[in-house]
Design a protein around this ligand. Structure first.
Ligand SMILES: Cc1cc2nc3c(=O)[nH]c(=O)nc-3n(C[C@H](O)[C@H](O)[C@H](O)COP(=O)(O)OP(=O)(O)OC[C@H]3O[C@@H](n4cnc5c(N)ncnc54)[C@H](O)[C@@H]3O)c2cc1C
Length: 432
């Protein structure tokens, strides 16, 4: 049975993973490349030198992708851990239903301290390489890491849990004719404040939760904001906004430099702001039989264990569009249960069969490969499956309802939903 475990990353996933591993009696070391814990929630006002952030290995590349004004897009009830809630408590003076990033970071700091995990974190310790100790081995792993003094050290662990986050390496839409573009381009990874877009015409590509928030924030200073999306059925000018339009996808940059949408309309713009998501990226892993293909990390048994290397190598936090904190906590409990022998995994062939079945179902449903880790709309099934592995309670109906409502609100182009959430509760107009 494994005794020593290396956790890569001290964001929410790494912190809760470490807590669960400690609880299971394992000896844990958490490697965190930055100067503090909290991961994404440690707002970083810096941006990459390249506004498109194309080279994650560039010197000074920034991990965080939060903007200064960011408030959570899930209510605080869905942002805590099961026995360490964010709901009903205030950590940095921000009691709002959808708190700002400082509140979440203060919550995570308190969690790290109270759980005893903080003492296990090595800060400014970047993991450079993770490899099995010997050819064909999966029981012991060598972790090469660089410390604050620049020295590289190697240490052997029984298991490695990868929690390095996946909101850092921009996915930038390829636009036909982009060579004709003379304006500016930025990915939301490097968006911090709206000021650089003052008095500009801006095309925002993508209309996920961040795209919607950023487009609305920019519209307060920009001349015009044009959102390009492949999903919306609400094309045209946005109701109450005087300067925001929703278009179909970007088709190309015309010879005259205008941006043309697939519906044939075109606009002249000063900037393109890509809110087009992120790539999974594990620069410290180069393992036979484990690959990223069109943002599918695989093969992974239920997004966590690569069958060939299970159980001593695992990944936490890959699922997208779910209750992230609940999902990483349940995944952590599962990994801890398996590593401590309280739970067993199926054999390698059976896990591979399950992965193949997942891919087959996706194909049958016409879902693209890049959506492999998108849990929506199968939240209930996925979270309950994890809960069942570790004997935790299943997803409560009220939480599911809250999640569905929050996702719907995030895409509603209604800037005030976060502040009305509780009023609606009180007046009884919402069932939450
Ligand atoms: C704009 C934006 C808004 C969001 N809003 C919400 C929200 O409202 N609610 C929500 O639940 N989630 C939200 N998220 C998702 C958010 O990322 C998760 O809540 C959470 O931070 C994921 O935790 P993580 O630990 O997996 O990754 P991260 O938080 O990214 O932490 C990963 C950590 O690993 C470290 N690391 C990386 N590589 C190495 C290495 N080689 N060696 C050592 N350390 C390493 C990083 O420095 C970092 O500290 C948002 C994300 C973004 C970008």
């Amino acid at each position: 049975m494994p005794r020593t475990v290396a956790v890569v990353g001290a964001g929410p996933a790494g912190l809760v993973a470490a807590r669960e591993l400690l609880r299971a009696g394992l000896d844990v070391a958490v490697f965190e490349k930055s100067a503090r814990t909290g991961g994404t929630w440690a707002y970083d006002p810096r941006a990459d030198a390249d506004p498109l952030g194309r080279d994650p290995a560039a010197p000074g590349a920034v991990h965080g992708s939060l903007y200064a004004s960011l408030r959570t897009n899930l209510p605080r009830e869905l942002m805590g851990f099961s026995d360490f809630p964010l709901a009903g408590r205030v950590f940095a003076g921000d009691a709002r239903a959808f708190p700002g990033h400082r509140e979440v970071l203060a919550f995570l700091d308190a969690f790290a301290e109270e759980s005893g995990v903080a003492a296990r974190v090595r800060l400014r310790a970047e993991v450079l390489r993770v490899r099995p100790l010997g050819q064909g081995q999966r029981e012991r792993w060598v972790v090469a890491w660089r410390g604050e003094d620049g020295e590289v050290a190697e240490e052997v662990f029984d298991a490695v849990v990868v929690c390095n986050g996946h909101w850092t390496v921009p996915q930038v839409a390829e636009i036909r004719g982009i060579d004709n573009w003379r304006g500016k381009q930025m990915h939301s990874h490097n968006y911090r404040v709206p000021e650089p877009f003052r008095d500009q015409n801006v095309v925002v590509v993508g209309m996920g939760a961040s795209g919607t928030d950023i487009a609305l924030e920019v519209s307060h200073v920009a001349k015009e904001v044009h959102i390009a999306t492949r999903y919306s059925d609400r094309l045209g000018k946005v109701g109450l906004r005087k300067n925001v339009w929703i278009h179909t996808e970007v088709d190309c940059i015309q010879d005259d430099g205008k941006i043309r949408f697939t519906d044939g309309s075109a606009v002249a713009a000063d900037s393109i702001l890509y809110c087009t998501g992120y790539h999974y990226h594990f620069p410290f892993l180069d393992l036979d039989g484990l690959a990223i293909d069109d943002n599918r990390v695989g093969p992974l048994y239920n997004h966590v264990f690569p069958p060939k290397y299970a159980p001593n190598l695992s990944f936490i936090g890959l699922p997208l569009k779910t209750i992230v904190f609940q999902s990483v906590e349940l995944e952590s409990k599962w990994v801890a249960a398996v590593l401590s022998g309280r739970s067993t995994l199926p054999g390698e062939e059976d896990m591979m069969a399950a992965v193949r079945e997942h891919y087959r179902q996706m194909e049958e449903a016409g879902r693209p490969k890049r959506h492999t880790h998108v849990i929506m709309p199968n939240w209930e099934e996925h979270l309950n499956w994890l809960a069942d592995q570790v004997g935790e309670p299943r997803l409560e109906a009220a939480r599911l309802e809250m999640l569905e409502k929050a996702f719907w609100c995030a895409w509603s182009m209604d800037e005030g939903y976060r502040d009305r959430w509780e009023q609606e509760d009180d007046s009884g107009t919402s069932s939450l």
